[in-house]
Design a protein around this ligand. Structure first.
Ligand code: ZN
Length: 385
């Protein structure tokens, strides 16, 4: 095993490989050395470039079938030096996406092998509850659950530990809840705002639970059951998500007035802007029509390229984009405010309940809301554990 960079390490690696052929060379995190050369600001990193050059030279040095196969892994294939991808070098790409439900179940089975899990816990149900989780997330999930089990002095991992571990993996460590007071009420209205809009807008993912127990950066959280099929999302689903994300701020405005709104909606608004901008510039879902405007996502991440590439549209189009983004966000905002205004009675009841119980689960929430308003049937249903 070779760790670190350096041209001599690469030479040694290939020398050893040739002695041991037939064999496989596996390079993890190839982007650490294989990043596009010459794009760094103020000159490249010499040692890294030399390592890359040596790697390219060695790969070209294969004559005929030397019995050496090189495999490399990266999360950022887009930043790799184009020379690496030429025929004869890394000329096959295999995308390893986040696992589907079957994949997740199999990964969970691997990581559950060395853990004591209570017999009533179904790995299948955990797999169902975790769309979008990567293999590393799933491993982390079971580790966290095991730690919680030990801390609670239990014999085996139960559903409660799994449940808490999912929350922790998704949203960070649990904090201490606020004591009752004005700010707790405001946070409760904010979260119920998300939850009620999410419940009453037809194409929104169903609410899984609302809680006032802080986690990570958040003072309160509304969880939505993510859908399994994360491939295609319709315009109406995106509009629903925008309205849902606006629900928190809308509730603050409707209930406490626009002078009392808080910084708590900062993250929500950022999400809204991102979604709305992508709808306009990437997915062609606005009045500007079905055109892609500007580079794809991830441009900014690669600083060197971001500074040199120019926008592919005029100033005029840029201001029309801003205009469309604002319109989409405002549409969601107004829809959220309307829903809050029209459902004030149930919102007040839910807020009292939330302050009392600190967590309301999705089924109970839906039950209560349906006493006051018609709750649209959500298509997808992911069973909870
Ligand atoms: Zn919020």
């Amino acid at each position: 095993m070779f760790v670190g960079v350096g041209a001599s390490r690469v030479r040694d690696l290939f020398k050893k490989a040739k002695e041991n052929a037939p064999c496989l060379i596996f390079i993890d995190e190839i982007d650490a050395v294989g990043r596009q050369r010459g794009a760094g600001i103020g000159g490249g990193n010499d040692e890294r470039e030399q390592t890359l050059n040596q790697l390219l030279t060695e790969m070209d040095g294969f004559e005929g079938n030397t019995g050496i196969i090189i495999i490399a892994a990266t999360n950022r294939a887009d930043v790799l030096d184009s020379a690496l991808m030429r025929p004869g070098r890394f000329d096959r790409q295999v995308m390893v996406d986040n696992p589907d439900i079957k994949g997740r179940l199999e990964i969970l089975e691997v990581h559950a092998r060395d853990k004591k899990i209570a017999p009533e816990v179904s790995l299948d149900a955990i797999a169902r509850r975790t769309p979008g989780f990567s293999g590393a997330d799933l491993a982390n999930l079971l580790n966290e659950a095991a730690i919680l089990t030990a801390r609670r002095r239990k014999e085996a991992v139960t559903i409660h530990e799994i449940d808490d571990a999912v929350d922790r993996v998704v949203a960070g460590m649990e904090g201490t809840p606020l004591t009752d007071g004005k700010s707790k009420r405001l946070i409760a209205y904010h979260e119920i705002g998300h939850a009620i809009v999410g419940t009453l807008v037809k194409d929104h993912d169903p609410v899984q639970k609302v809680t006032l127990i802080p986690r990570g950066q958040a003072q309160g959280l509304t969880w939505f059951t993510p859908s399994e099929d994360q491939g295609l999302v319709s315009r109406s689903q995106l509009m629903a998500r925008i309205a849902g994300a606006m629900g928190g701020r809308a509730a603050e405005e409707e209930i406490f007035g626009s002078d009392e709104v808080t910084t708590g909606a900062g993250g929500d608004l950022q999400q809204v802007s991102e979604m709305a901008r992508q709808m306009v510039t990437v997915y062609g879902m606005s009045d500007l029509g079905p055109i892609a405007l500007g580079g794809g996502q991830g441009d900014q991440v690669f600083l060197g390229a971001g500074l040199t590439s120019r926008a592919e549209y005029s100033e005029e189009v840029a201001s029309r984009i801003d205009d469309q983004v604002r319109q989409i966000a405002e549409h969601g905002h107004q829809l959220a405010r309307k829903i809050i205004r029209e459902n004030r009675e149930v919102i007040d009841r839910l807020v009292d309940l939330l302050i009392e119980k600190e967590t309301i689960d999705g089924e109970e929430l839906k039950q209560i809301v349906s006493e006051y308003a018609e709750v649209p049937e959500k298509e997808r249903f992911v069973p909870q554990i």
